[in-house]
Design a protein around this ligand. Structure first.
Ligand code: PMV
Length: 354
């Protein structure tokens, strides 16, 4: 039984999709149009504490404010506005006790927000993990059942968060399958088997622009189906997902590289041809990708790029590519005449509860 003041803790990693999900089914809550597969960025994390408010003795006076969920970010004492979908998500998890408990959330990230790293992925995964800890769900579910429910709940906040749940040090690649064929089926999240050489893979993000994005991904997902290219992209994804899993298992680096880079281009083509249009693949980013490919060929190293719904370039690489990346950093700053910050993942850890 939960009491007023009980707490739950969790921390969760972010992730970067190699095969990206873009677009949601209309009239269904947070169901992706296509399957996706991501690499876990264990070092870029959200840390969340939730505290139960409510659960009073029968003769205690209840005030309305106790039944309102509260959000505090970055150790700030100022209360933040709770996004409606976060409120709905919390209510649906706490449903059996909804008229008795609300929660206060205190959360912070160890990386800057709006830097091209999905803070919603780690944020929502850590939130559902902390609620699970508060409710002590591990006593009632097997590990797999718990992960299933956590990823279902995280999905209601942010699609990519569902992939941040199915993570551990051993589980660096996660797939999230869309229920394309059977309209009533759940989406399915699971970890993907991979060759041990991928453990050496490193990740850095080159931050070209850290301002808030013009089109949020929630809005962007709504517009995906207005692009004539969307149907072409989504119909090819199942095949690419199979190829990508095979390439991860066999350590076929070139195949992972070409599928990832091609999918980033194809998602951005959908974004740029929908209505309204969202252009994150700016001329500046295109020129830098051109430079990156040129240097990769020159140095003959294993590295590839990808780009989410933002203008910051993610690079995944084997350790021998570091010198080439230094060169890439130097020349890119001269090309765009401003400082480019780099954040590098240094740690592989998945979802932690408690
Ligand atoms: O997690 P959401 O619902 O905010 O959408 C994220 C979409 C992309 O980051 C662009 C792609 C992906 O699969 O992560």
């Amino acid at each position: 039984f939960i009491q007023n003041g009980d707490v739950g803790y969790s921390s969760a990693p972010s992730n970067i999709a190699l095969l990206k999900y873009w677009g949601k089914e209309t009239n269904r809550e947070q169901i992706p149009l296509n399957s996706s597969l991501s690499y876990t960025i264990g070092g870029f994390r959200s840390f969340t504490k939730v505290t139960a408010l409510g659960r009073f003795l029968p003769n205690e006076e209840k005030t309305v404010s106790y039944f309102k969920n509260k959000l505090f970010l970055d150790e700030n004492s100022k209360e933040n506005k709770l996004p409606p979908k976060m409120d709905r998500l919390i209510r649906s998890i706490l449903f059996p006790f909804a008229d008795e408990i609300s929660i206060e959330i205190n959360s912070h990230n160890n990386f800057p927000t709006a830097c091209g790293i999905a803070s919603s992925a780690s944020g929502y995964a850590a939130l559902v993990g902390a609620i699970a800890d508060l409710l002590q769900l591990e006593k009632h579910f097997s590990k797999l059942e718990l992960l299933f429910w956590l990823s279902e709940w995280a999905r209601l906040g942010s699609g990519s968060a569902t992939r941040s749940v199915f993570t551990s040090e051993e589980e660096s690649f996660v797939k999230w399958e869309a229920p394309i064929l059977n309209k009533n089926k759940f989406t399915n999240t699971s970890s993907v088997k991979f060759h041990p050489k991928w453990r050496q893979l490193q990740h850095s993000v080159f931050i070209l622009n850290s301002s808030e994005k013009q089109t949020s991904s929630s809005d962007g997902h709504k517009y995906a189906q207005t692009s004539p290219l969307n149907i072409i992209r989504t119909s090819g994804i199942s095949h690419k997902l199979k190829l990508l899993q095979k390439a991860l298992l066999e350590f076929d680096f070139e195949c992972v590289q070409s599928l990832t880079e091609e999918d980033a281009y194809s998602m951005h083509a959908v974004m740029q041809t929908g209505e309204p249009k969202a252009c994150y693949l700016t001329n500046e980013v295109s020129n830098l990708i051109g430079l990156f490919i040129q240097l990769r060929n020159e140095y003959d190293v294993k590295a590839f790029w990808t780009l989410d719904a933002g203008p910051n370039i993610h690079i995944l690489y084997m350790p021998e590519a570091k010198i080439m990346l230094q060169k890439f950093h130097e020349i890119s700053q001269t090309m765009i005449e401003r400082e480019i910050k780099i954040l590098t993942n240094s740690f592989n850890e998945g979802l932690l509860i408690g």
